[in-house]
Design a protein around this ligand. Sequence first.
Ligand code: SF4
Length: 739
Amino acid sequence: MDMQAKQPDPLIFHLTGKVPGGPRSNGLRAIDGLDLRPALLAPYRDLGAIRHDFPVLLVEGGSATGFAQPLSGLVDAVLKDVAPRGIEGERLRRHGLQLEREIRRSVDAGGTGTLAELWNAAAAQLGAREGETLEKVLSHAGGALRADGELLGCSHDMPARLITHAWKAGQRAKARQFHADLSRLVLKLSDILRAAFSHSQAGRQPQALKASVGGPHQDAFDFDALSRIVGKGAPRDELPAARRERLVRTLGVLESQRYYAPAEPEPSGDGSEYFDFRFDNCAAAAQSFAKRLGDLTELVKALGVAELEASGRYVEAEHDLFFDAFDAHSLSADDLARFPDYLVCIPADRNDAPENANLMGMLSSGLPVKVLVQTSDLLEDASIGTGRFAFGVRSARLATTAMGLGGMFVLQSASANLIALQAQISRGLASREPALFSVFAGSAQPASQLPPYLTAAAAMQSRAFPAFSYDAAAGANWAARFSLENNPQRDDDWSVETLPYFDAALQRASERCAFTFADFVLCDSRHARHFALVAPERWSADMLPAADWLALGEGEAAKRIPYLLAVDDDDALQRVVVDARLMQATRRCLLLWRRLQEHGGVHDSHAERLLAVEKAAWAAEQQPAQAPAPVAAGPAVPAGAAAAADAVVAAEAPAHSPDEAWIETARCPSCNECQLINDRMFTYDERKQAYIKDITAGTYRQLVEAAESCQVAIIHPGKPRDPNEPGLAELLERAAPFR
Ligand code: SF4
């Protein structure tokens, strides 16, 4: 076909990805260097001026569930405390928000420090601009801050620092519990040994008796005489040798544990004698776990012996055998849960490194490990070997792959959304199962034209990196285990917002605009070649918003041109055509999103099918109840008349050739399957029963797939209309049972 002669330029670009006649021709131009962004992101140019979750405070000494707070929330709390209600407080509230902006901009520009430090610096800066009194007022207001700690922006290292901070809070709680148990047991065992000593001959020697009496009274007694009196008949050692040896050995293991440093650092040490549980790769964590396993087993064993001894329940005949056989295989999940979890934060550029190759193996082996994997690039331009456009193949699939293995906790989220998912982070860190946190940190996305926070938020908004969690321990089914979390408009294909703008006549206008995967790609200059800008005079009715284009059947889509609404530097509204390759990737993204939706119970095909079956059964049940009514109202029907009536109905029903595509509409229980395949080809009539509305709106393949999906087998695909449709031989074979 002579494309140049027959097709308009936007369609040629869409089909080929080439701008006919060069980068700028005939109202169509390449977008390199134009700095376009999706129109829905136009209001976010000055992110520093907009209140959002960042910067965030890592609360000093925070709990495992309250480890971070957005600056905006802290400022609100301060202003509530210090600013008078009503109009008198308005000036202070305005300055408070001004100070918040100042801090946000400072952190975005790379400023670091605690909240108190950054607060005072921002107050000083505002004071220098607007007067010393303002600085004093704001510094005074800072005294009302309810927490302090480090402030973090949404930078590339934020996810690791945030998760490490939360992990530390959890380990502190575990350490407190462990030390309480340890001190109690050490004290009990020491008491047993001390009591046995004081009742023994050695304990009744004059020197031992003198040491047991307080200093001021030591001269008041004759300890030699006392020893002769109380020492009579005292045993050499009250404890049997085996028990003494067991108590001393157990006490030694407990007192030399290296898993938790004491809350108060020991004056003699620098803490290096205690194990570290933080790693930056899987291999090192797994090796350390294996190396320490012997120690861990001994410690667990000692804790078990100590508990029994402390409560006087140790029975040698029974427990000696048990503890002699106790080894690493005897460790239970409860045992491991008392000790620190291994935390592995893999840097974004080391995901593929050999030392992390066994990530899945480590997670599925049940090691007490929490792993953070950061993804730096969702737009890899390579599904290797094919050269076809692919996106985030490894990264976006990591969490779903882990979820498929089961037996663990999985959380996927863009970094911008992590603060909103604090509770889920806590749950994952507290879980007894291994946990995987898969995070897209927008800051590392190469060539993104947006600030890191916005890149990450756009990834979630566009379904390129949706948020979800999976907790194997939460219940027995998907409904209990899986959550689609806080994705925007989670019941829909895309999130859709109203875009207000001024039209060419400077009249206020608005339209509903979906934010698709293609919009996310538009933010990345590496992929500019997938778009072409269309001059307004070339806009035509053939052009469709990308989300609407995706809803078309194949036949119709081939005639239309998908576009996105974008804005340039001056916020002028533009249309950019998207090439077929990127639309294919966008369709794939949608498919993956729909799979997640199904896991989350949104448009669950099983539920919808079941509903249709139930509806059909209900309809069938109603049939006999309704049938007698006309008989009762009318004259008696003679025997054989019913059969004759059936014959009349059959004779009146149109005859269908096996070559014709049709649906037995009267039998349709409205399960919706056919419309999920192509809702332009199949639709419902006024009784909500399906019929073929437009046979040209789809392919023969879709007809056959609908026939196969129809649970009551009432779709008859007939014969293909297009003899050139690919794969016809196979399709005809599949269609045969339904024709
Ligand atoms: S025709 Fe079949 S697939 Fe379509 S709605 Fe009816 S029962 Fe479902």
